[in-house]
Design a protein around this ligand. Structure first.
Ligand code: HEM
Length: 492
């Protein structure tokens, strides 16, 4: 009879004192690809040592779902690392905060605030459409001058503005110095935080000069100044009767918790310091911008590689919407091929291929394997989304996999598909991200056909790996579609 804590140790990579399994992890491949490769030698679930930390790597969906769903609470912890502690004032946010009553309370408030702007309400749709309009004007201007355009900064700007409207009820025009600052600090953070840098594996390395840590601290201090300014402005004209944005929702929750003296709320209040509030907003910014922008960039990259897919989406748009009006959220149900394309982009290039690490909060098991309290668990979404047993020809881009046999309805053909995670740590912004992906892509493809300029080669599909997996930089030629030649004048 097997014990409920599992009977076997997971297969283990060779380990040396102090450095752990580092020697076996040297590779020219990014970690998600290496971890997938290592399955051949160690099986789908195996363990290794990162410095002094035991880490279990999971490469298959049955174990992933056991961790995220069946034993979600046991595996809901997050590790503390040097870089994320700098970013989040020692884990006082949602994404990197450890499982606790304060964390649960925060998640509930943010979830509530995002629902308020959710599909039932027109507010978020208005915010996204305003940004889609401005994005299409920029593309149209470049097209009318015969210029190819790097779409990446334009997409970043559009998505950042949606999150700004959501968090602060404000958005920025192109070139606004505060906005440019924000883009710069975000990039600095993306470039330096949580990329398994040596200082996260060996915290004692902090005592030596470290350029990445210096840059991270500088960017975090710029971000904090901006967050503080927005916080002071919101406190100054806060009213219980109006909820303009996420910051108002957090302020209201803090005030009502402070006015309430039950023991339960006391625990939660302990987690609603100014620090917690600011870090939570910072988190939504951090988690909401880079991820969605990167998926949009991958979508454009794959559409350029697959003009047939682009044409089929445009046929669908022409038939179901036409050229007299712009797409709305309510059109989602009638554009299955576009939805299938978005699903396929999220499968083939998952932006967070290793999720955020989870931590076992007590002794537990994964399948037959014993897992000790404190063990870090990395779910390799890359392996799940590229599992040959689950997906035929997984490197082939084929939106048709997500359509039923008639080709008109949507399906999810495998359980090995978790682009937003699942369970109690599931992505908080899933609904928002899906709305943005749908509206931005439908607006662009209704108006333009995307390609590379004649003398340019197709952009690489390999990508480069940081906190998220990103496509390389390249320029796009946008050709206005028939009926939208005068798009610029119609949009302004
Ligand atoms: C966590 C994916 C957009 C907020 C996550 C996780 C994934 C993910 C895989 C980790 C789940 C885990 O660790 O088990 C994505 C993708 C996005 C996206 C693919 C875009 C297409 C957003 C947006 C927001 C957001 C727009 C905010 C409005 C968060 C937060 C967490 C999270 C706060 C941490 C949740 C927690 O630890 O409790 N996301 N995300 N994400 N995401 Fe997203």
């Amino acid at each position: 009879v097997k014990s409920s804590f599992g009977s076997e140790e997971p297969p283990h990579l060779p380990t040396l004192p102090l450095i752990g399994s580092l020697l076996s992890l040297r590779s020219q491949h990014p970690p998600h690809v290496l971890f997938k490769e290592l399955q051949k030698k160690y099986g789908q679930t195996y363990s290794l040592m990162m410095g002094s930390h035991r880490v279990v790597i999971v490469n298959q969906h049955v174990h992933a779902k056991e961790i995220l769903l069946k034993k979600g609470k046991i595996f809901a912890g997050r590790p503390r690392t040097v870089t994320t502690d700098i970013l989040t004032r020692d884990g006082k946010d949602i994404a990197f905060g450890d499982y606790s009553p304060a964390w649960r309370f925060h998640r509930k408030i943010v979830h509530g605030a995002l629902c308020m702007f959710g599909e039932g309400s027109a507010t978020i749709e208005r915010m996204i459409c305003a940004e889609a309009q401005s994005l299409c004007s920029t593309v149209s201007e470049a097209a009318s001058l015969g210029l190819a355009l790097d779409l990446a900064p334009e997409l970043t700007r559009a998505v950042t503005n949606v999150v700004c409207s959501l968090c602060f009820n404000s958005s920025y025009a192109r070139g606004d110095p505060e906005f440019e600052d924000m883009l710069r600090y975000s990039q600095g953070i993306v470039d330096t935080v949580a990329k398994d840098s040596l200082v996260d594996i060996f915290p004692w390395l902090q005592i030596f000069p470290n350029a990445d840590l210096r840059l991270l601290k500088l960017c975090v201090s710029v971000r904090d100044k901006l967050l503080q300014k927005k916080y002071e402005e919101h406190k100054a004209d806060y009213s219980d009767n109006v909820q303009r944005d996420l910051l108002d929702a957090l302020l209201r929750a803090k005030r009502s918790a402070e006015n309430n003296n039950t023991a339960d709320v006391d625990t939660a209040t302990a987690g609603l310091s100014d620090d917690h509030l600011l870090m939570t907003v910072g988190d939504i910014f951090g988690a909401g911008v880079e991820t969605t922008t990167t998926v949009l960039k991958w979508a454009v990259t794959y559409l350029i590689h697959h003009p047939d897919v682009q044409r089929r989406i445009q046929d669908e748009l022409d038939t179901k919407i036409g050229a007299d009006r712009s797409p709305r959220l309510r059109d989602r149900g009638s554009l299955p091929y576009l939805e299938a394309t978005i699903r396929e982009v999220l499968r083939i290039r998952p932006v967070a291929p290793l999720f955020i690490p989870h931590v076992a909060l007590s002794d537990a098991s994964i399948g037959d394997f014993k897992v000790k309290k404190g063990t870090r668990v990395i779910i390799n979404l890359w392996s799940l989304h590229h599992d040959e047993k689950e997906w035929s020809n997984p490197e082939h881009f084929d939106p048709g996999r997500f359509l039923d046999s008639e080709g008109t309805g949507l399906t999810i053909p495998s359980s090995s598909y978790l682009p937003f995670g699942t369970g109690i740590r599931v992505c908080l912004g899933e609904a928002l991200a899906k709305m943005e992906l749908f509206l931005f892509l439908s607006w662009i493809l209704q108006r333009f056909t995307l390609s590379v300029p004649p003398d340019h080669s197709l952009p690489s599909l390999e990508g480069k790996f940081g906190v998220v997996l990103q496509p390389v930089k390249y320029k796009v030629k946008a050709t206005p579609r028939p009926g939208w030649e005068r798009a610029k004048s119609q949009m302004c």
